[in-house]
Design a protein around this ligand. Structure first.
Ligand code: OGA
Ligand code: MN
Length: 298
């Protein structure tokens, strides 16, 4: 008698961009991965910091279960954007839970519009997020692509003089800085409800705890200045580095298809949503966010 053992299904890995943005097929995110699959996926993820899994029509509960295999999950500080059924789901959506498009003057929309700025998730926390997983549930026919910048490559490409200039610098980040970047939110009294988050400091150059590679740690929407530098000079330096890191050669542009699930490493990338007509187009994305293991290392 022959015993048949199920061979592990082969994953197909295809680069969509020379640096960042890699498609993975041959996996079903709706069910638990076995140990070998999980180890294989972790390895792929560490080599390809932004993964795209097409055609994954998962439920929120399945997304949460998939994400938990990589660590504990964050609950987003903004009360208005948490899913009422699953607080671990952050609703990156211009449509509320009852299906209505958010008024452009609502604080809920004004806050989400700030995802159009470059950032890395939870850089306002003392321990920023390890990675995020985002499910495209309703995607607009045009606009609303998501850009991802490879911050390893951006660091590597700096001249030795530029690396020496930023060596050892520390950046102040805060959740309040996000709000301050929105003229609309700033002008109103009700800026939204957020759990309290004190300002934090992070290294400008960080070392990835798994790959050991160095990257720029940029998150322009939470960065408030460089420690020990004049405020304007610090912000100018950060702007200069951001302009460097977001050059086309370091950036993958993700054009969404419904039921794409994407997964990125917040420790070596940043991202931004491209504008879309949020008054008429519906865009519903559900995010789970993996808690980081430790403070960023140098
Ligand atoms: C996020 C975010 C990306 C998007 O989910 O962290 O910034 O494409 N949004 O909506
Ligand atoms: Mn984000």
């Amino acid at each position: 008698m022959t015993t048949l053992t199920a061979a592990p299904r082969a994953l197909t890995v295809t680069r969509r961009h020379p640096l960042i943005g890699t498609e993975v097929r041959g996996i079903d995110l709706s069910r638990p991965l076995d140990g070998a699959e999980l180890a294989q996926l972790e390895e792929i993820w560490m080599a390809h910091p932004m993964l795209v899994f097409p055609d994954q029509a998962i439920t929120d509960a399945q997304q949460i279960a998939f994400a938990r295999q990589f660590g504990e999950l964050e609950v987003h500080p903004s009360l208005a954007h948490r899913s009422s059924a699953h607080p671990e789901i952050y609703r990156v959506s211009n449509v509320d839970e009852s299906g209505e498009i958010l008024p452009s003057q609502s604080s809920a929309w004004q806050y989400l519009e700030l995802t159009w700025l470059w950032h890395s998730d939870s850089s306002f926390r003392e321990v920023p997020s390890k990675g995020s997983i985002l499910h495209g549930i309703e995607v607009p026919p045009e606009g609303g692509d998501t850009l991802f910048a490879d911050l390893y490559a951006a660091y590597d490409a700096l001249s030795d003089a530029a690396k020496a200039r930023i060596e050892g610098l520390t950046v102040r980040h805060s959740h309040d800085a996000i709000i301050a970047r929105s003229a609309g939110l700033n002008a109103r009294q009700d800026k939204g409800s957020f759990t309290e988050l004190p300002p934090v400091e992070h290294p400008l150059v960080r070392r990835h705890p798994v790959t050991g590679r160095r990257s720029l740690f940029l998150s322009p929407h939470t960065m408030a200045g460089v420690v020990g530098m004049d405020e304007q000079a610090g912000l100018a330096l950060l702007d200069e580095l951001t302009a460097h890191a977001t050059q086309e050669r370091f950036v993958y542009r993700h054009r969404w298809q419904k039921d794409d699930v994407i997964m990125w490493d917040n420790r070596c990338t940043m991202h931004a949503v491209m504008p879309y007509d949020s008054a008429t187009r519906r865009r519903i994305m559900h995010r789970t966010t993996i808690v980081g293991d430790a403070r960023p290392m140098v």
